[in-house]
Design a protein around this ligand. Structure first.
Ligand code: RIB
Length: 296
């Protein structure tokens, strides 16, 4: 089973701050770094480092060299990316001393994907392959429908949540991978314990994988409910923890592992990611995750 991730690629400009900047405040950063990110790229890198066969559909501008290099180093074919006349997407990320983040994204090339290009990338998939999507590119409603029409397993991480998302054809989704804030927004249910059932009532074909912050995560489908706790670590930077979880979870499933093992591996990978700075650079290799699991 192959995986196509169609999603954003961003240059992340990361500022270490004593606290998130307030209205009217000018704040000196304690540190600055630039690194590869974007929810799409992060999830592709997590899939690749987890050992899954993954192609990436997305666009960068002439300034996207770092992102191409990051994909190449992860073993992903960057020649399949579209070259845009727009600048590469970027994110301004504040990281506070507790490792929490606050992110502003500007789409750039991520907002100008063309259907002909996406269609050609989808032509490389076979029925049953996984199409992984997030909400940082244009053409999302079309991609959801096209994935379904072609018999792909549509996995969707509805991040970031936007008002128009509720009007998208989410009935095309086979696997929803989301956090409790996204789950509440999509289901209208604020009690985290009730979110999976509420999502499955609204989107009956979807298997639901819901992360619950410090309470771990829960997976639900027609036949099983599986829970997994977190692996406690000291948080340095939570950026891309969700992307790491998503990539590892799908990679383990695509490799035929049971859901319980996939959740355990994904939780371990996310724990390793939050203990390191940056988005894509923080995503662990498969061997690191296996070592971590052996020692926990
Ligand atoms: O999920 C983390 C990512 O969100 C960052 O890498 C940033 O680029 C934004 O897309």
């Amino acid at each position: 089973m192959k995986i196509l991730c169609a999603g954003s690629l961003n240059i992340d400009k990361v500022y270490q701050v004593p606290h998130f900047v307030q209205a009217g405040e000018t704040l000196a950063a304690a540190g600055f770094a630039q690194a590869a990110g974007g929810k799409g790229l992060n999830q592709t890198v997590a899939l690749a480092r987890a050992g899954a066969g993954v192609r990436h559909a997305g666009a960068v501008g002439a300034d996207g060299g770092l992102l191409r290099q990051t994909l190449r180093q992860a073993g992903v074919d960057d020649s399949l990316l579209a070259e845009s006349s727009l600048p590469t997407g970027h994110a301004i990320i504040q990281v506070d001393p507790k490792g929490q983040n606050s992110i502003i994204v500007t789409a750039g090339a991520n907002g100008a994907l063309e259907r002909d290009y996406l269609s050609a990338m989808l032509d490389g998939c076979e029925a049953g392959d996984i199409l992984l999507l997030q909400n940082e590119t244009n053409e999302l409603p079309w991609l959801l429908q096209e994935g379904r029409r072609r018999g792909l397993t549509v996995a969707f991480n509805p991040s970031p949540i936007t008002p128009e998302l509720l009007d998208y054809p989410l009935d095309c989704v086979d696997i929803l991978i989301l956090n409790e804030i996204e789950g509440a927004a999509l289901s209208g249910e604020n009690d985290p314990a009730r979110i999976p059932a509420a999502l499955r009532a609204r989107y009956p074909r979807a298997r639901v994988m819901l992360t619950l912050g410090g309470d771990g995560c829960v997976y639900e489908d027609d036949t099983q409910t599986v829970r997994q706790g977190i692996f406690p670590v000291t948080a340095v930077d939570t950026t891309a923890a969700g992307d790491t979880f998503c990539g590892y979870f799908l990679a383990w499933l695509a490799q035929g592992e049971p859901v319980a093992q996939a959740l355990r591996a994904a939780s371990a990978a996310a724990a390793l990611a939050v203990s390191r700075p940056g988005a894509a650079p923080s995503i662990p290799q498969r061997e690191e995750v296996l070592d971590f699991l052996c020692s926990h």
